[in-house]
Write a protein that binds this ligand. Structure first.
Ligand SMILES: Cc1ncc(COP(=O)(O)O)c(C=O)c1O
Length: 396
């Protein structure tokens, strides 16, 4: 069969590939511990389950408006009012089947073929592939040498007449960095001056630790409102990854275009999942706080264990639930008769030898690193890190 170049170019999601391989090995009976996927291990909140069950028994199992049910949009507006003091109206909100398709729809409404989108590397795996699906070009701004926070002069130097948008992700996947006020103000200033849209992916906004603070960019720079599409959802903070509900907030014009795009792509997001998300937004604040406390404990635990390991380096993550680990020193070393050639072979040999799954940094456009998620139960973290340490000690 003839395959379009667009599909030929497409790379599978590195995170889903690792998670899939780990699951397949588990099914074969192997004692795999996966630090691959970015998925909380908690059950979804009781209020979400209750609303879903009620929705099913009341027959809310039909098409909904393509952009989502009004009650959920209102609940999203209330959330932004309560948490950030930001006032959004219902036509400024779009409900989608997760944050991921909403980012795709935003890019689809912003990028013509040949246009440019800035992304800050290390960057979440799907950004680059989504940009390319619109025959647009990614422009990479490396943050590895600037503490995983973009350098504003570097960003400015990469703006061209074809730059249409930048994707800003804080708290960040994969590095766990949380962008400071000055950086966000600098990015907002660039967006306004050059008429560029910021896709502000704050899907991890509830997950910051210690003295770190997450800033909503519109609180820092209200003038950027016409240049910002905010992306959020229930997946991470509410442990609702499988329900597939996200929300986008932005100016009415672009939200309406994204809504039409969605209408031709998925129609509405799942009706029952929308009600479940309504239940979460109305009644799961305590669950979010409890899960945050658990993540915070797990973070302490994993960082303590990692500090005690040879050959690796890492910066302490301040948000999300990932540790980004520099494994450059292990490249060229041997495990038994196998040579670690790069981050992908590090992960492959680690999985085969110790049944520990991690994601190669090349999936995030930054080879020489791996990403480990600590959204796992604490016992798994302890056992998995014990095996990772053994692996590193056994390298020669
Ligand atoms: C940075 C970032 N944005 C968006 C998403 C997608 O979230 P959802 O599962 O709601 O589609 C993820 C999920 O891993 C993510 O890490």
């Amino acid at each position: 069969m003839f395959i379009a170049q667009r599909a030929e170019r497409l790379q599978p999601s590195a995170t889903l590939a690792v998670a899939g391989k780990a699951k397949a090995m588990k099914r074969e009976g192997k004692p795999v511990i996966s630090f691959g996927s970015g998925e909380p291990d908690f059950n979804s909140p009781a209020s979400a389950l209750q609303y879903a069950s009620d929705a099913m028994s009341k027959g809310f199992t039909h098409y909904t408006p393509e952009s989502g049910i009004p009650e959920l949009k209102e609940a999203v507006c209330r959330y932004y009012q309560d948490h950030f003091g930001l006032s959004f109206s219902v036509p400024e909100v779009l409900i989608g089947a997760g944050a991921k398709p909403l980012i795709y729809e935003a890019l689809g409404c912003l990028l013509d073929p040949g246009d440019e989108a800035l992304i800050f590397t290390p960057a979440w795996v799907s950004y680059v592939e989504q940009i390319r699906l619109f025959d647009a070009k990614e422009v990479l701004v490396d943050t590895s040498d600037t503490g995983f926070i973009p350098d504003i002069d570097r960003v400015r130097s990469l703006i061209s007449p074809r730059t249409r948008c930048m994707i800003v992700n804080t708290p960040n996947n994969p590095t766990g960095s949380v962008y400071d006020r000055k950086t966000l103000l600098g990015l907002a200033d660039i967006a306004i001056k050059h008429d560029i849209t910021i896709i502000y992916d704050e899907i991890y906004e509830r997950l910051v630790y210690g003295d770190a603070v997450h800033n909503q960019i519109l609180n820092l720079c209200p003038a950027a409102r016409e240049h910002t599409i905010t992306i959020n959802g229930v997946s991470k903070a509410f442990a609702m990854t499988g329900w597939r509900i996200g929300y986008a907030l932005g100016p009415k014009g672009i939200i309406s275009k994204m809504s039409s795009f969605q209408g031709h792509l998925t129609s509405n997001p799942c009706s029952v999942a929308q009600y479940a998300s309504l239940g979460a937004l109305r009644g799961a604040e305590d669950d979010v706080v409890r899960m945050h406390a658990s993540f915070s404990g797990r973070r302490e635990r994993i960082l303590g264990l990692l500090r005690d390991m040879p050959h690796i380096r890492f910066a302490e993550p301040k948000g999300a639930f990932y540790v980004w680990i520099d494994i450059e020193k292990t490249i060229g070393m041997r495990y038994g008769d196998r040579v670690i050639e790069n981050d992908a072979s590090f992960c492959e040999i680690l999985l085969e030898a110790k049944y520990v799954a991690a994601v190669p940094g090349s999936g995030f456009l930054t080879p020489g690193n791996i990403r480990v998620s600590y959204a796992n139960a604490e016992e798994e973290i302890v056992e998995g890190m014990k095996r990772l340490k053994e692996f590193l000690v056994e390298l020669c």
